[in-house]
Design a binder for this molecule. Structure first.
Ligand code: C5P
Length: 246
């Protein structure tokens, strides 16, 4: 998987739909302006793995965002099963599952692929972008988000994980700590326009597409600003334009 410089290949659109029909109707409309589709727990739970083949048939890669968080043996098995799914380019675990769990996942992903193959990449979710400092404290995670996220990113790198999911706020610090080759994927991205309207949703640590690019994100994940737009293609295109300004 090579990172192409065009904004399009760096835009991942979250298919957070409750069933296949609306997800595919939407995906067909925007497939040629996005780099990858993200299938998360909502669509995967409703439709099962069969949905991946239908999405992959549109010609885009897939980020399977199931955020595995379990004992190492179970997570390794899940990651191994995921590598057999059509179109898979990215799959993830929770960094809070710990070093041994992430190591098991990293080994599982390499074990299933020939040495030089363009294998799917493994990511670790650091701290959900919907959590702010207060929400973190409530779960017993002490310290400012950036400090926690960078610590988890270092741990993921040590485990052999290819990159992390984090907010734009932490991207620069992660890049500094983990180097140029480490992938940084940032959700919680809200276009300039939406930011100006200050429409509130569940994301807490947000930034614009341009800020994400400037902070060194390799990919941005965008859901509702595109899926809930009156004109999803135009919304995606506006985000690509904003990314291109970087
Ligand atoms: O609609 P919105 O743009 O907020 O969607 C963001 C997507 O990224 C959702 O599918 C969410 O599950 C996912 N995500 C996130 N924060 C993370 C990891 C994944 O928001 N840390």
């Amino acid at each position: 998987m090579n990172l192409e410089p065009q904004p399009r290949s760096r835009l991942i659109v979250a298919l957070d739909f409750d069933s296949a029909a609306p997800a595919l109707r939407f995906a067909e409309k925007v497939a040629d302006v996005v780099g990858m589709f993200k299938v998360g727990s909502q669509l995967f739970t409703a439709e099962g793995p069969g949905i991946l083949g239908k999405i992959a048939a549109l010609g885009t890669g897939i980020f399977l965002d199931l955020k595995y968080h379990d004992i190492p043996n179970t997570v390794a098995g899940a990651v191994m099963a995921a590598t057999g799914l059509p179109g898979l380019q990215l799959v993830n675990v929770h960094a809070l599952g710990g070093l041994e769990m992430m190591k098991a996942a990293a080994q599982a992903i390499s074990a299933t692929q020939p040495l030089d193959a363009d294998r799917p990449r493994l990511l670790a979710v650091t701290i959900l972008t919907s959590m702010d400092h207060k929400a973190m404290r409530e779960t017993g995670i002490a310290g400012p988000p950036q400090e926690r996220v960078v610590k988890l990113a270092r741990l993921a790198r040590k485990a052999g994980v290819d990159g992390v999911v984090a907010s734009v706020n932490e991207a620069r610090a992660i890049r500094k700590a983990c180097g140029d080759k480490f992938l940084i994927i940032t959700p919680g991205v809200r276009p300039k326009e939406a930011g100006a309207r200050k429409k509130k949703d569940d994301q807490a640590r947000t930034a614009t597409p341009l800020e994400a690019m400037k902070a060194g994100a390799d990919y941005i994940v965008v859901g509702r600003p595109i899926t809930a737009a009156d004109n999803p293609r135009a919304a995606a295109q506006a985000i690509l334009d904003e990314m291109g300004e970087a």
